[in-house]
Design a protein around this ligand. Structure first.
Ligand SMILES: Cc1ncc(C[n+]2csc(CCOP(=O)(O)OP(=O)(O)O)c2C)c(N)n1
Ligand SMILES: [Mg+2]
Length: 552
Protein backbone atom coordinates (compact mmCIF):
# COMPACT_ATOMS: atom_id res chain seq x y z
CA UNK A 1 0.00 0.00 0.00
CA UNK A 2 1.10 3.55 -0.67
CA UNK A 3 0.57 6.08 2.08
CA UNK A 4 -0.38 9.69 1.48
CA UNK A 5 3.15 11.02 1.79
CA UNK A 6 4.56 8.51 -0.69
CA UNK A 7 1.83 9.28 -3.23
CA UNK A 8 2.40 12.99 -2.68
CA UNK A 9 6.12 12.57 -3.30
CA UNK A 10 5.44 10.81 -6.60
CA UNK A 11 2.94 13.47 -7.62
CA UNK A 12 5.44 16.24 -6.90
CA UNK A 13 8.26 14.62 -8.85
CA UNK A 14 6.06 13.80 -11.81
CA UNK A 15 4.99 17.44 -11.88
CA UNK A 16 8.66 18.47 -12.07
CA UNK A 17 8.97 19.53 -8.43
CA UNK A 18 12.26 17.78 -7.81
CA UNK A 19 13.81 19.72 -4.95
CA UNK A 20 12.42 20.14 -1.47
CA UNK A 21 13.98 22.59 0.98
CA UNK A 22 13.16 21.21 4.39
CA UNK A 23 13.08 22.02 8.05
CA UNK A 24 10.92 19.25 9.45
CA UNK A 25 9.37 18.37 12.79
CA UNK A 26 7.34 15.50 14.18
CA UNK A 27 4.18 16.23 12.19
CA UNK A 28 6.17 15.92 8.93
CA UNK A 29 7.87 12.60 9.69
CA UNK A 30 5.93 10.52 7.18
CA UNK A 31 6.79 13.02 4.48
CA UNK A 32 10.44 12.84 5.55
CA UNK A 33 10.33 9.03 5.47
CA UNK A 34 8.75 9.13 2.00
CA UNK A 35 11.75 11.04 0.61
CA UNK A 36 13.56 7.73 0.29
CA UNK A 37 10.72 6.27 -1.74
CA UNK A 38 11.39 8.74 -4.52
CA UNK A 39 14.95 8.84 -5.89
CA UNK A 40 14.23 11.85 -8.13
CA UNK A 41 13.39 14.10 -5.18
CA UNK A 42 16.40 16.04 -3.84
CA UNK A 43 15.98 17.04 -0.22
CA UNK A 44 18.02 19.95 1.12
CA UNK A 45 18.04 20.66 4.82
CA UNK A 46 18.02 24.27 6.01
CA UNK A 47 18.61 25.19 9.63
CA UNK A 48 16.03 27.97 9.63
CA UNK A 49 12.78 28.20 7.70
CA UNK A 50 13.73 31.57 6.21
CA UNK A 51 16.61 29.78 4.50
CA UNK A 52 14.31 27.06 3.15
CA UNK A 53 11.79 29.54 1.74
CA UNK A 54 14.44 31.89 0.33
CA UNK A 55 16.20 28.93 -1.28
CA UNK A 56 12.94 27.83 -2.91
CA UNK A 57 12.56 31.39 -4.24
CA UNK A 58 16.11 31.49 -5.65
CA UNK A 59 15.74 28.02 -7.13
CA UNK A 60 12.55 28.91 -8.99
CA UNK A 61 13.96 32.19 -10.28
CA UNK A 62 16.73 30.22 -11.99
CA UNK A 63 15.06 26.89 -12.77
CA UNK A 64 11.81 28.47 -14.01
CA UNK A 65 9.85 25.90 -12.06
CA UNK A 66 8.88 25.60 -8.42
CA UNK A 67 10.63 23.77 -5.64
CA UNK A 68 8.76 22.62 -2.55
CA UNK A 69 9.41 23.69 1.00
CA UNK A 70 8.67 21.44 3.97
CA UNK A 71 7.78 23.51 7.03
CA UNK A 72 6.68 22.68 10.55
CA UNK A 73 3.17 23.92 11.34
CA UNK A 74 2.25 27.59 11.73
CA UNK A 75 5.40 28.56 13.57
CA UNK A 76 7.71 27.06 10.95
CA UNK A 77 5.75 28.75 8.19
CA UNK A 78 5.85 32.02 10.14
CA UNK A 79 9.63 31.81 10.38
CA UNK A 80 9.76 31.48 6.60
CA UNK A 81 7.36 34.30 5.86
CA UNK A 82 9.74 37.13 4.93
CA UNK A 83 11.28 35.23 2.07
CA UNK A 84 7.92 33.93 0.90
CA UNK A 85 6.90 37.58 0.82
CA UNK A 86 9.87 38.30 -1.44
CA UNK A 87 8.82 35.40 -3.69
CA UNK A 88 5.25 36.69 -3.85
CA UNK A 89 6.37 40.16 -4.85
CA UNK A 90 8.69 38.67 -7.45
CA UNK A 91 5.87 36.52 -8.91
CA UNK A 92 7.97 33.43 -8.20
CA UNK A 93 6.38 29.97 -7.97
CA UNK A 94 6.84 28.17 -4.64
CA UNK A 95 4.92 25.17 -3.27
CA UNK A 96 4.83 25.15 0.53
CA UNK A 97 4.05 21.90 2.23
CA UNK A 98 3.25 22.69 5.82
CA UNK A 99 2.79 19.81 8.22
CA UNK A 100 -0.05 19.97 10.73
CA UNK A 101 -1.37 17.92 13.60
CA UNK A 102 -3.54 14.93 12.76
CA UNK A 103 -7.10 16.12 12.06
CA UNK A 104 -8.50 14.52 15.24
CA UNK A 105 -5.77 16.12 17.40
CA UNK A 106 -6.64 19.70 16.49
CA UNK A 107 -9.50 20.04 18.97
CA UNK A 108 -7.15 19.51 21.94
CA UNK A 109 -5.23 22.71 21.19
CA UNK A 110 -1.86 21.08 21.82
CA UNK A 111 1.28 23.18 22.18
CA UNK A 112 2.03 23.64 18.48
CA UNK A 113 -1.60 24.07 17.41
CA UNK A 114 -2.12 27.37 15.57
CA UNK A 115 -4.08 28.90 12.72
CA UNK A 116 -1.79 27.96 9.83
CA UNK A 117 -4.17 29.11 7.12
CA UNK A 118 -4.17 32.67 8.42
CA UNK A 119 -0.38 32.75 8.43
CA UNK A 120 -0.29 31.32 4.91
CA UNK A 121 -2.82 33.69 3.39
CA UNK A 122 -0.49 36.65 3.63
CA UNK A 123 1.96 35.16 1.17
CA UNK A 124 -0.25 32.78 -0.78
CA UNK A 125 -3.54 34.66 -1.08
CA UNK A 126 -4.78 32.58 -4.00
CA UNK A 127 -4.01 29.11 -2.78
CA UNK A 128 -4.18 27.89 0.81
CA UNK A 129 -5.68 24.46 1.36
CA UNK A 130 -5.68 22.02 4.23
CA UNK A 131 -5.88 18.56 2.72
CA UNK A 132 -8.84 16.71 4.21
CA UNK A 133 -8.06 13.09 3.31
CA UNK A 134 -5.39 10.79 1.95
CA UNK A 135 -7.60 10.15 -1.09
CA UNK A 136 -7.84 13.89 -1.85
CA UNK A 137 -4.19 14.71 -1.10
CA UNK A 138 -2.63 14.23 -4.53
CA UNK A 139 -5.31 16.21 -6.32
CA UNK A 140 -4.76 18.93 -3.70
CA UNK A 141 -1.06 18.83 -4.56
CA UNK A 142 -1.78 19.09 -8.29
CA UNK A 143 -4.01 22.09 -7.61
CA UNK A 144 -1.28 23.69 -5.48
CA UNK A 145 1.39 23.18 -8.16
CA UNK A 146 -1.00 24.47 -10.82
CA UNK A 147 -1.60 27.59 -8.75
CA UNK A 148 2.12 28.07 -8.12
CA UNK A 149 3.02 27.68 -11.80
CA UNK A 150 0.10 29.83 -12.81
CA UNK A 151 0.19 33.01 -14.79
CA UNK A 152 2.06 34.62 -13.17
CA UNK A 153 3.97 32.46 -10.70
CA UNK A 154 2.86 32.58 -7.06
CA UNK A 155 3.28 30.99 -3.65
CA UNK A 156 0.84 28.15 -2.96
CA UNK A 157 0.45 26.54 0.46
CA UNK A 158 -0.71 22.98 0.99
CA UNK A 159 -1.28 22.08 4.63
CA UNK A 160 -0.70 18.42 5.31
CA UNK A 161 -2.27 16.94 8.48
CA UNK A 162 -0.19 14.08 9.87
CA UNK A 163 -2.98 11.50 9.49
CA UNK A 164 -3.56 12.51 5.87
CA UNK A 165 0.17 11.93 5.37
CA UNK A 166 0.36 8.54 7.08
CA UNK A 167 -3.03 7.26 5.89
CA UNK A 168 -2.94 4.35 3.43
CA UNK A 169 -4.49 4.48 -0.03
CA UNK A 170 -2.76 7.50 -1.57
CA UNK A 171 -3.01 7.61 -5.37
CA UNK A 172 -0.55 9.79 -7.30
CA UNK A 173 -2.11 12.28 -9.72
CA UNK A 174 -0.73 13.77 -12.90
CA UNK A 175 -0.60 17.42 -13.82
CA UNK A 176 -2.73 18.95 -16.54
CA UNK A 177 -0.84 20.73 -19.34
CA UNK A 178 0.24 24.21 -18.26
CA UNK A 179 -1.91 27.11 -19.40
CA UNK A 180 -0.65 29.13 -22.34
CA UNK A 181 -0.35 32.85 -21.65
CA UNK A 182 -2.29 35.13 -23.96
CA UNK A 183 -0.75 37.80 -26.17
CA UNK A 184 -1.79 41.46 -26.13
CA UNK A 185 -4.97 41.72 -28.18
CA UNK A 186 -5.32 43.80 -31.34
CA UNK A 187 -7.10 46.67 -29.59
CA UNK A 188 -4.27 46.98 -27.04
CA UNK A 189 -1.63 46.88 -29.76
CA UNK A 190 -3.53 49.56 -31.65
CA UNK A 191 -3.81 51.81 -28.57
CA UNK A 192 -0.15 51.44 -27.65
CA UNK A 193 1.05 51.80 -31.25
CA UNK A 194 -1.06 54.95 -31.64
CA UNK A 195 0.46 56.37 -28.46
CA UNK A 196 3.96 55.74 -29.82
CA UNK A 197 3.04 57.23 -33.20
CA UNK A 198 2.10 60.54 -31.61
CA UNK A 199 5.86 61.11 -31.43
CA UNK A 200 5.64 61.97 -27.74
CA UNK A 201 8.55 60.88 -25.56
CA UNK A 202 7.92 57.25 -24.72
CA UNK A 203 9.41 54.75 -22.31
CA UNK A 204 8.76 51.05 -21.78
CA UNK A 205 8.94 49.74 -18.24
CA UNK A 206 9.89 46.06 -18.17
CA UNK A 207 9.36 43.91 -15.09
CA UNK A 208 8.91 40.29 -14.07
CA UNK A 209 9.70 37.87 -16.85
CA UNK A 210 10.08 40.70 -19.36
CA UNK A 211 13.66 41.19 -18.16
CA UNK A 212 14.78 37.97 -19.83
CA UNK A 213 16.66 37.92 -23.12
CA UNK A 214 13.76 37.33 -25.52
CA UNK A 215 11.71 40.25 -24.18
CA UNK A 216 14.76 42.48 -23.90
CA UNK A 217 15.60 41.87 -27.55
CA UNK A 218 12.04 42.61 -28.67
CA UNK A 219 11.95 45.79 -26.57
CA UNK A 220 15.37 46.83 -27.88
CA UNK A 221 14.06 46.65 -31.45
CA UNK A 222 11.32 49.09 -30.49
CA UNK A 223 13.93 51.23 -28.82
CA UNK A 224 16.16 51.25 -31.90
CA UNK A 225 13.34 51.88 -34.35
CA UNK A 226 11.09 54.25 -32.40
CA UNK A 227 13.49 55.94 -30.02
CA UNK A 228 11.76 54.42 -26.99
CA UNK A 229 13.63 54.46 -23.70
CA UNK A 230 13.87 51.13 -21.84
CA UNK A 231 13.50 51.00 -18.09
CA UNK A 232 13.61 48.03 -15.74
CA UNK A 233 11.65 47.87 -12.50
CA UNK A 234 13.62 48.82 -9.39
CA UNK A 235 14.04 45.32 -7.97
CA UNK A 236 14.04 42.71 -10.73
CA UNK A 237 13.20 39.11 -9.90
CA UNK A 238 15.80 38.08 -12.46
CA UNK A 239 17.39 40.28 -15.07
CA UNK A 240 19.59 38.94 -17.85
CA UNK A 241 22.30 41.46 -18.56
CA UNK A 242 25.90 42.10 -19.57
CA UNK A 243 27.82 42.13 -22.84
CA UNK A 244 25.77 41.14 -25.87
CA UNK A 245 22.37 41.86 -24.31
CA UNK A 246 20.32 45.06 -24.51
CA UNK A 247 21.05 47.34 -21.56
CA UNK A 248 18.11 48.75 -19.62
CA UNK A 249 18.19 51.43 -16.96
CA UNK A 250 16.72 50.42 -13.63
CA UNK A 251 14.28 52.77 -11.93
CA UNK A 252 16.10 54.13 -8.86
CA UNK A 253 15.25 53.15 -5.29
CA UNK A 254 15.28 56.77 -4.13
CA UNK A 255 11.94 58.27 -5.15
CA UNK A 256 13.48 61.64 -5.97
CA UNK A 257 15.81 59.98 -8.48
CA UNK A 258 13.04 57.84 -9.94
CA UNK A 259 10.92 60.96 -10.40
CA UNK A 260 13.78 62.53 -12.28
CA UNK A 261 14.20 59.47 -14.50
CA UNK A 262 10.52 59.53 -15.45
CA UNK A 263 10.06 63.29 -15.61
CA UNK A 264 10.50 63.77 -19.35
CA UNK A 265 8.21 60.94 -20.52
CA UNK A 266 4.72 61.53 -21.87
CA UNK A 267 3.96 57.89 -22.61
CA UNK A 268 4.78 54.96 -20.35
CA UNK A 269 4.19 51.42 -21.59
CA UNK A 270 4.02 48.73 -18.93
CA UNK A 271 5.17 45.19 -19.65
CA UNK A 272 4.72 42.81 -16.71
CA UNK A 273 5.26 45.78 -14.41
CA UNK A 274 3.34 48.19 -12.19
CA UNK A 275 3.66 51.97 -12.47
CA UNK A 276 6.56 52.99 -10.22
CA UNK A 277 5.73 54.10 -6.68
CA UNK A 278 7.95 55.25 -3.86
CA UNK A 279 9.33 52.40 -1.71
CA UNK A 280 8.12 54.25 1.40
CA UNK A 281 6.00 57.29 1.98
CA UNK A 282 7.84 60.41 3.19
CA UNK A 283 6.13 63.40 4.76
CA UNK A 284 5.18 65.88 2.06
CA UNK A 285 6.47 63.74 -0.83
CA UNK A 286 4.69 61.93 -3.64
CA UNK A 287 3.97 58.21 -3.50
CA UNK A 288 3.04 57.74 -7.17
CA UNK A 289 6.08 58.58 -9.26
CA UNK A 290 4.70 58.73 -12.79
CA UNK A 291 4.31 62.35 -13.93
CA UNK A 292 0.68 63.50 -13.94
CA UNK A 293 0.84 64.39 -17.59
CA UNK A 294 2.17 60.96 -18.59
CA UNK A 295 -0.16 58.62 -20.41
CA UNK A 296 0.19 55.07 -19.04
CA UNK A 297 -0.71 52.00 -21.12
CA UNK A 298 -0.34 48.33 -20.27
CA UNK A 299 0.97 46.31 -23.20
CA UNK A 300 1.21 43.02 -21.29
CA UNK A 301 0.05 42.14 -17.79
CA UNK A 302 1.96 39.61 -15.66
CA UNK A 303 -0.56 36.97 -16.83
CA UNK A 304 0.38 37.53 -20.46
CA UNK A 305 3.23 36.61 -22.79
CA UNK A 306 5.53 39.63 -22.63
CA UNK A 307 7.83 38.66 -25.48
CA UNK A 308 5.06 37.84 -27.93
CA UNK A 309 3.25 41.05 -27.00
CA UNK A 310 6.40 43.14 -27.53
CA UNK A 311 7.03 41.41 -30.86
CA UNK A 312 3.44 42.06 -31.91
CA UNK A 313 3.90 45.73 -31.11
CA UNK A 314 7.18 45.73 -33.03
CA UNK A 315 5.34 44.28 -36.05
CA UNK A 316 2.65 46.94 -35.79
CA UNK A 317 5.25 49.70 -35.66
CA UNK A 318 7.45 48.29 -38.42
CA UNK A 319 10.27 47.63 -35.96
CA UNK A 320 10.45 43.86 -36.39
CA UNK A 321 13.63 43.90 -38.43
CA UNK A 322 15.33 46.74 -36.53
CA UNK A 323 18.80 46.02 -35.13
CA UNK A 324 18.64 46.02 -31.35
CA UNK A 325 21.43 47.94 -29.66
CA UNK A 326 23.50 45.58 -27.53
CA UNK A 327 25.76 46.28 -24.60
CA UNK A 328 29.42 46.26 -25.64
CA UNK A 329 31.89 44.17 -23.70
CA UNK A 330 33.67 46.45 -21.19
CA UNK A 331 35.06 45.14 -17.95
CA UNK A 332 36.39 47.68 -15.45
CA UNK A 333 40.14 47.64 -14.78
CA UNK A 334 41.75 45.95 -11.79
CA UNK A 335 40.95 48.06 -8.73
CA UNK A 336 43.79 49.45 -6.64
CA UNK A 337 44.28 51.47 -3.48
CA UNK A 338 42.18 51.64 -0.33
CA UNK A 339 39.42 49.04 -0.10
CA UNK A 340 35.91 50.43 -0.55
CA UNK A 341 32.53 48.91 -1.40
CA UNK A 342 32.79 50.42 -4.85
CA UNK A 343 36.09 48.61 -5.39
CA UNK A 344 34.49 45.32 -4.41
CA UNK A 345 31.90 45.90 -7.15
CA UNK A 346 34.68 46.88 -9.52
CA UNK A 347 36.62 43.72 -8.69
CA UNK A 348 33.52 41.68 -9.43
CA UNK A 349 33.07 43.37 -12.81
CA UNK A 350 36.75 42.79 -13.48
CA UNK A 351 36.84 39.11 -12.54
CA UNK A 352 33.46 37.44 -12.78
CA UNK A 353 33.26 34.56 -15.22
CA UNK A 354 30.72 34.39 -18.02
CA UNK A 355 27.33 33.03 -16.92
CA UNK A 356 27.70 34.08 -13.32
CA UNK A 357 24.64 34.65 -11.18
CA UNK A 358 24.77 37.74 -8.98
CA UNK A 359 22.43 37.79 -6.01
CA UNK A 360 22.40 41.39 -4.90
CA UNK A 361 21.54 42.25 -1.33
CA UNK A 362 24.39 44.66 -0.87
CA UNK A 363 22.09 47.57 0.08
CA UNK A 364 24.14 50.80 0.17
CA UNK A 365 27.40 49.03 -0.68
CA UNK A 366 26.06 48.14 -4.12
CA UNK A 367 25.29 51.65 -5.31
CA UNK A 368 27.84 51.27 -8.12
CA UNK A 369 27.24 47.56 -8.78
CA UNK A 370 25.04 48.00 -11.84
CA UNK A 371 27.39 50.42 -13.53
CA UNK A 372 30.50 48.36 -12.77
CA UNK A 373 29.05 45.09 -14.07
CA UNK A 374 27.07 46.48 -17.03
CA UNK A 375 29.65 45.46 -19.64
CA UNK A 376 30.87 42.32 -17.85
CA UNK A 377 30.27 38.97 -19.52
CA UNK A 378 26.64 37.94 -19.71
CA UNK A 379 25.11 37.09 -16.35
CA UNK A 380 21.86 37.03 -14.36
CA UNK A 381 21.09 39.25 -11.43
CA UNK A 382 18.54 38.47 -8.71
CA UNK A 383 17.43 41.24 -6.38
CA UNK A 384 15.44 41.94 -3.23
CA UNK A 385 11.96 41.94 -4.79
CA UNK A 386 9.94 42.46 -1.63
CA UNK A 387 12.33 44.51 0.48
CA UNK A 388 12.36 41.94 3.28
CA UNK A 389 16.04 41.50 4.03
CA UNK A 390 17.67 38.12 4.57
CA UNK A 391 16.90 37.02 1.02
CA UNK A 392 20.35 36.99 -0.57
CA UNK A 393 22.09 34.06 1.13
CA UNK A 394 19.09 31.72 0.85
CA UNK A 395 18.41 32.80 -2.75
CA UNK A 396 22.01 31.91 -3.55
CA UNK A 397 21.54 28.42 -2.13
CA UNK A 398 18.55 27.90 -4.41
CA UNK A 399 20.22 29.45 -7.46
CA UNK A 400 23.29 27.26 -7.03
CA UNK A 401 21.14 24.13 -6.76
CA UNK A 402 19.18 25.12 -9.87
CA UNK A 403 22.36 25.92 -11.83
CA UNK A 404 25.20 23.78 -10.48
CA UNK A 405 27.52 24.72 -13.36
CA UNK A 406 27.24 28.46 -12.88
CA UNK A 407 29.21 30.50 -10.34
CA UNK A 408 26.97 32.34 -7.88
CA UNK A 409 28.07 35.58 -6.24
CA UNK A 410 26.08 36.60 -3.18
CA UNK A 411 26.69 40.26 -2.38
CA UNK A 412 25.37 40.84 1.10
CA UNK A 413 25.27 43.71 3.58
CA UNK A 414 26.59 42.84 7.03
CA UNK A 415 23.25 43.68 8.62
CA UNK A 416 21.24 41.58 6.19
CA UNK A 417 23.69 38.69 6.47
CA UNK A 418 22.69 38.06 10.08
CA UNK A 419 19.04 37.39 9.25
CA UNK A 420 19.67 34.12 7.46
CA UNK A 421 23.34 33.38 8.14
CA UNK A 422 22.49 29.68 8.58
CA UNK A 423 22.37 29.48 4.76
CA UNK A 424 26.15 29.13 4.90
CA UNK A 425 25.78 25.76 6.59
CA UNK A 426 23.58 24.49 3.75
CA UNK A 427 26.08 25.85 1.21
CA UNK A 428 28.82 23.81 2.90
CA UNK A 429 26.71 20.70 3.32
CA UNK A 430 25.65 20.71 -0.33
CA UNK A 431 29.08 21.94 -1.51
CA UNK A 432 27.51 24.75 -3.55
CA UNK A 433 29.49 27.03 -5.85
CA UNK A 434 28.59 30.22 -4.04
CA UNK A 435 31.05 32.99 -3.30
CA UNK A 436 29.54 35.19 -0.64
CA UNK A 437 30.94 38.69 -0.23
CA UNK A 438 29.89 40.37 3.00
CA UNK A 439 30.25 44.14 3.00
CA UNK A 440 31.28 44.69 6.59
CA UNK A 441 30.65 48.39 7.08
CA UNK A 442 29.63 47.75 10.70
CA UNK A 443 26.40 49.63 10.12
CA UNK A 444 22.75 49.52 9.16
CA UNK A 445 23.91 52.29 6.87
CA UNK A 446 20.71 52.67 4.87
CA UNK A 447 18.69 53.23 8.01
CA UNK A 448 20.94 56.11 9.00
CA UNK A 449 20.25 57.62 5.58
CA UNK A 450 16.53 57.02 5.97
CA UNK A 451 16.53 58.56 9.43
CA UNK A 452 17.59 61.83 7.89
CA UNK A 453 15.28 61.46 4.87
CA UNK A 454 12.09 60.94 6.86
CA UNK A 455 12.92 64.07 8.80
CA UNK A 456 13.05 62.42 12.25
CA UNK A 457 15.44 65.14 13.29
CA UNK A 458 15.29 64.85 17.03
CA UNK A 459 16.96 61.40 16.99
CA UNK A 460 19.10 61.06 20.08
CA UNK A 461 21.60 58.52 21.35
CA UNK A 462 19.00 55.85 22.10
CA UNK A 463 17.53 56.18 18.60
CA UNK A 464 20.92 56.15 16.90
CA UNK A 465 22.02 53.07 18.82
CA UNK A 466 19.13 51.13 17.22
CA UNK A 467 20.77 51.67 13.85
CA UNK A 468 24.32 50.94 14.99
CA UNK A 469 25.75 47.43 14.69
CA UNK A 470 29.40 48.34 15.24
CA UNK A 471 29.71 46.57 18.59
CA UNK A 472 30.11 43.80 19.45
CA UNK A 473 32.18 43.36 16.30
CA UNK A 474 30.86 40.49 14.18
CA UNK A 475 33.52 38.39 12.46
CA UNK A 476 31.81 37.01 9.37
CA UNK A 477 34.76 35.01 8.10
CA UNK A 478 34.85 33.18 11.42
CA UNK A 479 31.10 32.58 11.28
CA UNK A 480 31.64 31.04 7.84
CA UNK A 481 34.49 28.84 9.05
CA UNK A 482 32.36 27.64 11.94
CA UNK A 483 29.73 26.41 9.47
CA UNK A 484 32.19 24.71 7.12
CA UNK A 485 32.55 27.48 4.55
CA UNK A 486 36.02 28.68 3.61
CA UNK A 487 36.10 32.24 4.93
CA UNK A 488 38.58 35.10 4.76
CA UNK A 489 38.50 38.64 6.07
CA UNK A 490 40.09 41.18 3.74
CA UNK A 491 41.09 44.75 4.49
CA UNK A 492 42.95 45.77 1.36
CA UNK A 493 42.07 45.72 -2.31
CA UNK A 494 44.95 43.35 -3.05
CA UNK A 495 43.73 40.89 -0.42
CA UNK A 496 40.24 41.12 -1.88
CA UNK A 497 41.41 40.35 -5.41
CA UNK A 498 43.49 37.43 -4.19
CA UNK A 499 40.54 36.01 -2.27
CA UNK A 500 38.21 36.47 -5.25
CA UNK A 501 40.64 34.79 -7.61
CA UNK A 502 41.05 31.90 -5.20
CA UNK A 503 37.28 31.54 -4.85
CA UNK A 504 36.83 31.70 -8.62
CA UNK A 505 39.33 28.89 -9.16
CA UNK A 506 38.32 26.59 -6.28
CA UNK A 507 34.89 24.95 -6.52
CA UNK A 508 32.67 24.98 -3.47
CA UNK A 509 31.47 27.72 -1.16
CA UNK A 510 33.61 30.67 -0.09
CA UNK A 511 32.96 33.71 2.03
CA UNK A 512 34.93 36.91 1.73
CA UNK A 513 34.35 39.45 4.46
CA UNK A 514 35.33 42.82 2.99
CA UNK A 515 35.95 45.43 5.65
CA UNK A 516 34.75 48.63 4.00
CA UNK A 517 33.71 52.14 4.98
CA UNK A 518 30.04 53.05 4.54
CA UNK A 519 29.37 54.16 0.95
CA UNK A 520 27.17 56.96 2.22
CA UNK A 521 29.03 58.28 5.23
CA UNK A 522 29.95 61.61 6.78
CA UNK A 523 29.43 64.51 4.45
CA UNK A 524 27.76 62.42 1.74
CA UNK A 525 25.07 61.30 4.15
CA UNK A 526 24.50 64.81 5.44
CA UNK A 527 24.30 66.29 1.95
CA UNK A 528 22.12 63.60 0.37
CA UNK A 529 18.71 64.63 1.77
CA UNK A 530 19.40 68.25 0.84
CA UNK A 531 20.57 67.24 -2.62
CA UNK A 532 17.49 65.11 -3.21
CA UNK A 533 15.27 68.00 -2.16
CA UNK A 534 17.08 70.36 -4.49
CA UNK A 535 17.05 68.13 -7.59
CA UNK A 536 13.67 69.27 -8.99
CA UNK A 537 14.76 72.90 -9.03
CA UNK A 538 18.02 72.24 -10.91
CA UNK A 539 18.38 72.38 -14.70
CA UNK A 540 17.83 68.87 -16.07
CA UNK A 541 21.35 68.23 -17.42
CA UNK A 542 22.73 69.04 -13.98
CA UNK A 543 20.18 66.98 -12.07
CA UNK A 544 20.77 64.05 -14.41
CA UNK A 545 24.52 64.30 -13.95
CA UNK A 546 23.99 64.25 -10.19
CA UNK A 547 21.74 61.18 -10.48
CA UNK A 548 24.51 59.39 -12.39
CA UNK A 549 26.91 60.24 -9.58
CA UNK A 550 24.62 59.10 -6.74
CA UNK A 551 23.11 55.99 -8.28
CA UNK A 552 24.27 55.23 -11.82
C1 LIG B 1 12.64 41.74 7.26
C2 LIG B 1 13.18 43.12 7.38
N1 LIG B 1 13.56 43.60 8.57
C3 LIG B 1 14.09 44.83 8.67
C4 LIG B 1 14.22 45.63 7.58
C5 LIG B 1 14.73 47.05 7.72
N2 LIG B 1 16.07 47.18 7.14
C6 LIG B 1 16.25 47.57 5.88
S1 LIG B 1 17.83 47.67 5.46
C7 LIG B 1 18.33 47.22 7.02
C8 LIG B 1 19.76 47.15 7.39
C9 LIG B 1 20.66 46.84 6.27
O1 LIG B 1 21.97 46.86 6.74
P1 LIG B 1 23.16 46.27 5.91
O2 LIG B 1 22.78 44.97 5.31
O3 LIG B 1 24.36 46.28 6.76
O4 LIG B 1 23.30 47.26 4.68
P2 LIG B 1 23.85 48.77 4.68
O5 LIG B 1 22.68 49.61 4.98
O6 LIG B 1 24.92 48.87 5.72
O7 LIG B 1 24.35 49.00 3.31
C10 LIG B 1 17.23 46.97 7.82
C11 LIG B 1 17.32 46.52 9.21
C12 LIG B 1 13.82 45.08 6.34
N3 LIG B 1 13.91 45.77 5.19
N4 LIG B 1 13.33 43.83 6.26
MG1 LIG C 1 25.97 47.41 6.74
Amino acid sequence: MTNGAQALMKTLVEAGVEVCFTNPGTSEMHFVAALDSEPKMRAVLALFEGVATGAADGYARMADKPAATLLHLGCGLGNGLANLHNARKGKVPVVNIVGDHATYHVKYDAQLQSDIETVARNVSPNFVRTSQSTEALCQDAVDAITAARGLPGQVATLILPADVSWGEGGTPCTMPAPATPSVADDATIQTVADAVRTGKKTAILLGGRALRESSLLAAAKLSAHNGIKLFAETFPTRIERGAGLPAVERIAYLAELATLQLSEYENLILVDAKPPVSFFAYPGKKSYLVPQTCNVNTLATPEQDATASLNKLADALGAASAEPKLQASARPGRPRGKLTAEKVCKALGHLMPENSIIVDESITSGLMLNALTAGAPRHDMLTLTGGAIGQGLPNSVGAAIACPDRPVYALIGDGTAMYTIQALWTMARENLNVTTIIFNNASYSILNVELERVGAEEAGAKAKSQLDISGPVTLYAQLAQSMGVHGVRVQTTEELLKAMEYARDMPGPHLIEAVVPESLNGVKRKVLPWLLRTLPSLPQPLSKALKRKIAP
